[in-house]
Design a protein around this ligand. Sequence first.
Ligand code: C2E
Ligand code: MG
Ligand code: MG
Ligand code: MG
Length: 281
Amino acid sequence: EAKADGRATWRFFDPRMQQALDASAALEADLRLALIRQQLYLSYQPVVDRSARVTGVEALLRWTHPQRGEIGPAEFIPQAEKSELILELGEWVLEAACLQLVHWAASAPTAHLTMAVNVSARQFRQPGFIDQVLMVLQRTGADPRLLKLELTESMLLTDMDDVIGKMAALRAHGVGFALDDFGTGYSSLRYLKLLPIDQLKIDRSFVQDMLHSRHAASIVRAIVNLAYSLDLAVVAEGVETREQWTALEAIGCTAFQGYLFGRPAPILDADSMVGYASVHA
Ligand code: C2E
Ligand code: MG
Ligand code: MG
Ligand code: MG
């Protein structure tokens, strides 16, 4: 309310700002309920080798909202990251992914499949992260050597000692690490060598552009060469066409993920994940 004494007045109330706040508070409340009411599920996207044989999957979080229908993680993970809700959500994802691993371990053809799980910055930075992962592994009985945690470059930039300590502790149990969306962040080479990672995932944007942009193609080639010189595996993300696949193979890339090999899908039949991906293009 404006005062009549002539001093500058501040408007605290902007209806549009209020609407945005209401919407984000509502989303957070809905998400809390979603955890309890089992509206969340994991979709799994295959990761394949040079012969399109499925070697593992990446778990991708999905939400069936009671009013809004299917909502993707890009819409609700950032909201969950604003509060400690992301810690619970992250643990739920880890547990669901590990339970799937245990299920696969029971039959020989699926027993070797790896499971990649995305970890959010806040989840990784929490002091109890090592225990969170180890406790889920223990509770579920999943083989740590089949679990790969995906981190992004930006979340590794601060407090390197803490980051390296956490990664080393989990690696000692066999857990692997991948750098997701690689090429979009700011990793220096020195720093890449310090981090105990196993794999670089080439960001989808470079793969998408590589056939019509020499610049993008050079970046892909540089990342592949960098991975080899650091003894890291390399996965190309977002492969949608046979032409992209061929170009990536020519550069020396050995692992692939993208709609060409399979879209993320909830697994009803574990056997559908075994063998060779049918190439959809
Ligand atoms: P990401 O980890 O880089 O996952 C790959 C994203 O690319 C997924 O989007 C996937 O559906 C999409 N994708 C895969 N292949 C193709 C392709 O050929 N073409 C195109 N256009 N897209 C493709 P999605 O599932 O919407 O996930 C978006 C991001 O949300 C993920 O990016 C990841 O950063 C985050 N995310 C997903 N699940 C989780 C989770 O459980 N926890 C956390 N913290 N983040 C998650
Ligand atoms: Mg990922
Ligand atoms: Mg990615
Ligand atoms: Mg991403």
